[in-house]
Every structure is written in structure tokens, then in C-alpha cells.
Design a protein around this ligand. Structure first.
Ligand SMILES: C[S@@+](CC[C@H](N)C(=O)[O-])C[C@H]1O[C@@H](n2cnc3c(N)ncnc32)[C@H](O)[C@@H]1O
Length: 361
């Protein structure tokens, strides 16, 4: 049941490092005369990682070998008979050893794909999970139902200081639009504004900015190290000028009158008592502060709901990723707040409740 409260995690592994030492030069039953080709390295490593209990041993082996060779994974298939040199094999062996010791592949290679975008990840940030893509899809779908809001309308206009800046207008220019429409848009429409609370790697903030060319995102985190990674990702995708990064406990550091159309959050939602039971891969490698909320698991969400109610414009949306075990509590908290209309919860591929939606009345 505990597993169901969490995102998809890697299995705990029992390392068998003695076997790994034989990766080169002479693992039986293969003949020592047989060269260590890409194909043979992949086969050996897949079997080895499988023995260790890896979920996706072939994929792990391919990603790590591509990393050691400095090539794309797909290229391995055209280099199957190539025998990598000693240096590349040594680098590969070191990566496989760390993987066998439980280190997630994303940390080993420093990247993870999320919503078809590549993100830098370090041990300072949670590795983006596929379930979180559900939140991004829901936010983008909802955002597309918004009609452009003329400048001067709505309570949050004056709070959006950057709206009319030149910098903003360049970035918000729709693809294919000409200079004239850009200027008109700059003067006549307010961009949709998102807060991504607990941005971590920035995967939600960057995906939203990428897929909603007119929007503006405020990415918030308590961790300066996480914010540095998020900012790097925003720069990598050339979106840094539409995303602001704020070190803050929820909304505390933002000006009191700052308002948003959307609040999106994948907050910590693991209860303290669950921590020891998490798979070793998670417990030993991912940041505790990104996962654990407090004794109940709902502590961050309990504070986020009333703050989101203060920060959302009327009709604005709050989207939160949650664990199934706290789903009913979270819906009750939203009801009890009295300022939200609770929408249908989005289920993940395992049919478990995963993203709670609420609309500010
Ligand atoms: C579950 S991770 C989510 C990271 C990223 N958004 C994702 O979906 O992969 C939660 C993040 O919230 C941050 N965080 C924890 N408590 C916070 C708080 N009170 N205010 C702002 N951020 C917080 C953590 O540092 C962590 O980066």
C-alpha cells in the first residue's frame, strides 16, 4: 500500500560487485578471446542488472553505455560490433557499479526526460516522474480554454509588473506572428500567470512555459540548490526570461498583491513514518525535503491550500499532485476552505488518484 502513496520508484537492489569486476576482462562462460563489443557489453550488463533486480535492465545498460561512449542511445545499434577502448569500458564499469549500488540512472547521467523535454537533474532535485506529466497536461488543457484578457481588466493587472516590458513582449511573441501583432498583443492582453510551487528541477514550470508561449511562470522553492537547477533548465530551453525563480516558503516571499491564474504544485506528500519504508534508491539518493511533508504527509498541502486561495484570481485553478492515501483528506481540506469548487481528480495509469483540481470561486 505504501508504494501506492508514492510515485513510481526504482526497486531496492542487492549489489553483487564481485561479478561486476569480471565485466572485463574475462567473464565466463564467454571466451576471453571474444572481444567486448557494444553488443556483448549490453548483453552482459543487462543480465547482471536483471540479477540485481532492476526494473528496466536493458534500458539502464543502454543509457549508461551511451553515456560512457558519449553517444546517443540509438547510435549503439549502429555500433553493435564495435569494441570500445579501455577508457570507455572503465567509465562504463564505474557507472554500472554505481547503478548496482542503487544510484538512479537519471542522477548517473545527469538528465531525465519529462514531457518530451530533456531536464538536467542533480541529487538536489527530485527526479521528475511520469505521473507529474498528468498535471502539466491538465494545466495546458485548462489554459487553452482561457480567452485573452484585455490589459486593464481583472484584479491582478497592476501586480503583473513585467507584463508590458519589452523583454516580455519579445518572448511572448506567438510563433509565426509579425512585429505588428506582437506590439498589439503586448499592449492589449495580459499573459496567463502560473505559480509552480516546489519547482525542483523546474520540470513543471519549463514545460508550461514551453507549451503555452504567452504565459508567465513564477517558480518557487525553498531550496536554492534546486532553484539553480531549475534556472539552468529554463536557460537550456531558452525560456528563462518568462520564468522567474523565487526562493520562498510557499508564497511567503512574494509581494502580497501578486495574483495568479494557476497554481500548480507537486508538493512533498510523504508522511515521516513512511520514509524508512521507501525503496533504498529513493531514500538514499533523492532529497528528503522534496518528499517528506511531516508526520501526516499533508502538512505542506494544509498550508498551500489557503495560500493558493489568497493568490488565485476568481475562476483561477489549483492543480496539485497528491498520493492516493491522502486524496480524501486533501479534498476535505479544499471543501473546508470554502473558497474552492473541487473538480474531478485525475487518475494515473494505475487508476490511482493523482492530480487534484480545484477552481477558485
Ligand atoms: C516533490 S518535489 C517536486 C519537484 C518538481 N516540481 C517535480 O514535480 O518533479 C517538491 C519540491 O518542493 C520543494 N519544497 C518543499 N517544501 C516547500 C515549501 N514549503 N515551499 C516551497 N517549496 C517547497 C522541495 O524543495 C522540492 O523541490
Amino acid at each position: 500500500m505504501l508504494k501506492h502513496n508514492l510515485r513510481i520508484y526504482y526497486p531496492a537492489w542487492t549489489p553483487g560487485l564481485n561479478q561486476l569486476e569480471s565485466l572485463t576482462p574475462n567473464p565466463s562462460p564467454m571466451s576471453s578471446a571474444e572481444p567486448w563489443t557494444v553488443g556483448r557489453l549490453l548483453k552482459w550488463t543487462t543480465d547482471y542488472l536483471k540479477e540485481q533486480g532492476a526494473d528496466s535492465p536493458r534500458l539502464d545498460a543502454e543509457v549508461l553505455l551511451a553515456r560512457a561512449l558519449g553517444c546517443q542511445r540509438i547510435e549503439l545499434y549502429t555500433r553493435f560490433d564495435e569494441a570500445p577502448g579501455d577508457e570507455a569500458r572503465a567509465a562504463f564499469r564505474a557507472l554500472v557499479r554505481r547503478r548496482a549500488d542503487g544510484a538512479p540512472v537519471a542522477y548517473l547521467v545527469g538528465r531525465r526526460e519529462f514531457y518530451s523535454l530533456s531536464f538536467r537533474v542533480t541529487p538536489d532535485v527530485l527526479i521528475p516522474r511520469p505521473e507529474t506529466e498528468l498535471l502539466v497536461v491538465a494545466a495546458i488543457d485548462l489554459a487553452k480554454t482561457y480567452s485573452p484578457r484585455p490589459l486593464g481588466e481583472g484584479p491582478g493587472v497592476r501586480a503583473e509588473g513585467a507584463v508590458a516590458s519589452g523583454q516580455w513582449s519579445v518572448i511572448s511573441k506567438p510563433q509565426g506572428s509579425n512585429q505588428k501583432s506582437e506590439i498589439r498583443n503586448q499592449k492589449s492582453e495580459i499573459p496567463l500567470s502560473f505559480a509552480d510551487v516546489g519547482t525542483g528541477s523546474g520540470c513543471i514550470a519549463v514545460s508550461l512555459a514551453k507549451h503555452l508561449p504567452g504565459c508567465r511562470v513564477t517558480a518557487i522553492d525553498t531550496s536554492p540548490a534546486a532553484l539553480a537547477v531549475a534556472e539552468e533548465n529554463a536557460r537550456h530551453h531558452e525560456l528563462a526570461e518568462r520564468i522567474e525563480f523565487v526562493e520562498s516558503d510557499l508564497f511567503a516571499a512574494l509581494p502580497p498583491d501578486r495574483q495568479f491564474d494557476f497554481v500548480a504544485s507537486n508538493p512533498p506528500y510523504v508522511a515521516e513514518g513512511e520514509w524508512a519504508g521507501l525503496p533504498r534508491d529513493v531514500r538514499d539518493f533523492e532529497p528528503r525535503g522534496a518528499l517528506v511533508a511531516g508526520p501526516r504527509g499533508t502538512e505542506v498541502i494544509e498550508r498551500l491550500i489557503p495560500q493558493a486561495a489568497e493568490r488565485l484570481r476568481g475562476g483561477g485553478h489549483l492543480l496539485m499532485e497528491i498520493g492516493p492515501a491522502i486524496h480524501d483528506t486533501v479534498c476535505s481540506l479544499l471543501d473546508a476552505d470554502g473558497r474552492f469548487e473541487v473538480g474531478p481528480t485525475i487518475k494515473d495509469l494505475a487508476r490511482l488518484p493523482r492530480v487534484v483540481q480545484a477552481k477558485k470561486r
